[in-house]
Design a protein around this ligand. Structure first.
Ligand code: GLU
Length: 478
């Protein structure tokens, strides 16, 4: 059905919770490998551990991939040539493959109770030996009727395989064991199901987290027993916290990617940031567009050691992406981020405000703090002036005097950026003050905000009436 040379990758999450950056990175790398090769990227839900399933997480996973722009070509909600893409709907497939193994004498019914298996485990622990089920393999197992686990009958040996990220590895026969293929509840284990599905779905590259490396000897044994050629493997190193000393946890910012979008991070920032967690293209480039990633990504440039998650870099990168947006694009994206005070504001006025704010936005959610005073009258707060290093050096009567002089000259100024700039420059000369003093003072008096865009631009957008009124309010408010 498929071109045998076509690259096919998959992302195979279990619907057990939200998608954090580590999961998204795996998905993104698999997506990039497929897109680069003109292949297909498949989404598959691995829901065979019913006890761990979280209601709503399947929808949440899909929403997260959509939010970042990781599009899949086949998947649970869109179908495809190998549907269904949900493991719990593929039980008959696993049964068929299990039967092949039974027929070949490579699978058998586990006759022990869970308590008995636990005893073997404890016994091994007491003897300080690794637990291997195959040491207890029954001589004459009963026929498998589905009420007990079905186990793989291993033939331990050593394997050598190549991992696109981790390099070449030779495994030890000692760790190959008789693992469970199908549980007594009728569901397959991940260990079995993913191999069946990857084979049936013609997956060429298995890209997943490094926690699966230790099971590779068993997987290789199973591919062999099933007569399958194994796919290309790439195991991703962990993502570490900012200090680089432990695995990234929820407290270090491993939050839901949808939360980042809600907090005003752009999808393209998330894509670029996540791609560069442990990958670079060999140059100094730090920020990549989606097309650049598709063109440049390669698994062999993913570093083997853990990648540090640096939230400050994420913030910086978001500012870079925001700055590059066209005004029209930015306008569309900030629709839900305006302060309440802007609700009834004129669109053209909002556009002017946005033009000024664009360079200063680190996230879209910064918009209210940066722009509220353009829409609502700010309340004078002289503590801002008293806490300012330059302004605290002169006393209140001088503050007032300077604001009065400024008001007078501004009254006879055209409110264009150029003329305002000229007036302000002249004012520096006539007052003998430094820009850091005079301009900060005027800025506070008309915005009462901790930061604002350049003064002449701010005044021009606010307009003559509001600017002068605010100066007057400031003068009389102390
Ligand atoms: N269902 C596995 C998980 O969520 C997927 C691992 C894989 O990609 O094969 O960890």
């Amino acid at each position: 059905m498929n071109d045998p040379n076509k690259v096919r990758t998959r992302f195979a999450p279990s619907p057990t919770g939200y998608l954090h950056v580590g999961g998204i990175r795996t998905a993104l790398f698999a997506f990039l490998v497929a897109r680069q090769a003109g292949g297909a990227f498949v989404l598959r839900f691995e829901d065979t551990d019913k006890s761990r399933e979280v209601v709503g997480s399947a929808e949440h996973l899909i929403a997260s991939l959509n939010a970042i722009g990781i599009e899949y070509d086949e998947g649970p909600d869109i179908g495809g040539p190998y549907a269904p893409y949900i493991q719990s709907q593929r039980l008959d497939h696993y049964k068929q493959w299990a039967q092949k193994l039974i027929d070949a004498g490579r699978a058998y019914a586990d006759p022990y109770t869970p308590e008995e298996v636990q005893q073997f485990r404890e016994q091994a622990q007491t003897n300080k030996q690794p637990f291997l089920y195959r040491n207890h393999r029954p001589e004459n197992p009963p026929a498998w009727d589905g009420s007990t686990p079905l186990r793989f009958k291993s033939e331990p040996k050593s394997y050598t395989y190549h991992d696109e990220v981790m390099g070449d590895t030779t495994t030890s026969p000692d760790v190959v064991d008789d693992f469970i293929l199908i549980k007594s509840d009728g569901y397959p284990t991940y260990n079995f199901a993913h191999i069946v599905d990857d084979a049936e779905m013609q997956i060429t590259h298995v890209i997943r987290g490094q926690e699966f490396i230790s099971s590779m000897p068993n997987y290789l044994a199973l591919y062999e027993a099933l007569g399958l050629e194994h796919p290309i493997f790439a195991h991703m190193p962990h993502i570490l916290n900012e200090q680089g000393n432990k695995k990234l946890g929820k407290r270090d910012g491993a939050k839901d990617v949808l939360d980042y979008i809600r907090d005003g991070y752009l999808p393209e920032t998330m894509m670029s940031f996540i791609a560069t967690l442990g990958w670079n293209d060999g140059t100094e480039q730090e920020v990549f567009t989606r097309d650049e990633l598709i063109a440049k990504f390669s698994l062999d440039r993913v570093q083997r050691s853990g990648a540090r998650f640096d939230e400050k870099r994420l913030l910086w990168m978001n500012g870079q992406f925001i700055r590059q947006l066209s005004l029209e694009d930015l306008e569309n994206r900030v629709r839900n981020f305006w302060p309440n005070s802007a609700a009834t504001a004129d669109e053209d006025y909002k556009r002017q405000v946005l033009t000024l704010a664009q360079d200063r936005l680190k996230t879209l959610a910064d918009l209210p703090v940066l722009t509220d005073y353009f829409f609502a009258e700010p309340t004078p707060d002289w503590s801002m002036i008293d806490n300012n290093k330059q302004l605290s050096k002169i006393d209140r009567s001088r503050h007032i005097e300077l604001l009065q002089v400024a008001t007078t000259v501004l009254e006879s100024t055209d409110f264009t950026t150029e003329k305002l700039q000229e007036t302000l420059n002249n004012l520096l000369e006539t007052t003998g003050e430094k820009p850091g003093t005079l301009f900060s003072l005027i800025r506070f008096a008309i915005t009462w905000a901790p930061f604002s865009p350049a003064l002449p631009e701010t005044m021009a957008v606010l307009g003559r009436e509001k600017t002068l009124e605010r100066l007057r309010v400031a003068i009389t408010s102390d």
